[in-house]
Design a binder for this molecule. Structure first.
Ligand code: PNS
Length: 162
């Protein structure tokens, strides 16, 4: 059974993530979308909220699981018997950091592969931080996040601004 893991902050999940998730899920038997704390970032949504938003956005997809973890991504993959880390790439600016993570993860665990998927053109400039910025400032986030999470994202960001 091919188990892949898509790790990330998902703060919050965007339609760019959903696009990568749907495409990655076709390449494996089970895709685990795993939320974790990126120590370089200070998240707006709690882990529980991010998992909830993902569950709502991905309801009804049979081979997709949502989970959260702490610690190293490669250790999580080993616990789950997973073989591949999925990461999305947008602009060249993503590359340096992603390259560094992939090399590091390869050194930590040579049997685990990182597979990169290029963003679809529609989502080239979409990121969780763009969504947070728009939602906090009365910008329109239609089409940028799944419909079922839109109101919760707006509510949270506006409440933080008050
Ligand atoms: O969505 P993000 O914030 O770009 O995701 C980055 C993430 C969380 C995948 C990365 O920071 C990560 O894997 N952190 C876990 C710690 C780890 O395994 N570090 C070694 C590789 S850098």
């Amino acid at each position: 059974m091919r188990i892949y893991v898509y790790p990330g902050s998902f703060d919050p999940v965007t339609n760019g993530h959903i696009d990568i998730i749907d495409r990655a899920a076709k390449q494996c038997d089970k895709l685990i979308v795993a939320v974790l704390v990126n120590s370089k970032k200070k998240p707006v949504f709690t882990i529980e909220e991010r998992v909830e938003l993902l569950k709502c956005a991905l309801a009804g997809r049979p081979n997709i699981e949502i989970d959260s973890f702490t610690g190293l991504t490669v250790d999580y993959l080993k616990r789950k018997n997973a073989s591949v880390i999925i990461r999305g790439l947008r602009a060249v600016s993503d590359f340096e950091n992603e390259f560094q993570m992939a090399i590091l993860n390869k050194q930590l665990s040579p049997d685990i592969e990182t597979i990169f998927m290029m963003t679809s053109l529609n989502y080239l400039y979409l990121s969780s931080s763009v969504v947070r910025e728009l939602a906090a400032n009365n910008g329109n986030i239609d089409g940028l996040v799944p419909d079922c999470i839109k109101d919760r994202v707006i509510e949270k960001l506006r409440s933080l601004k008050k």
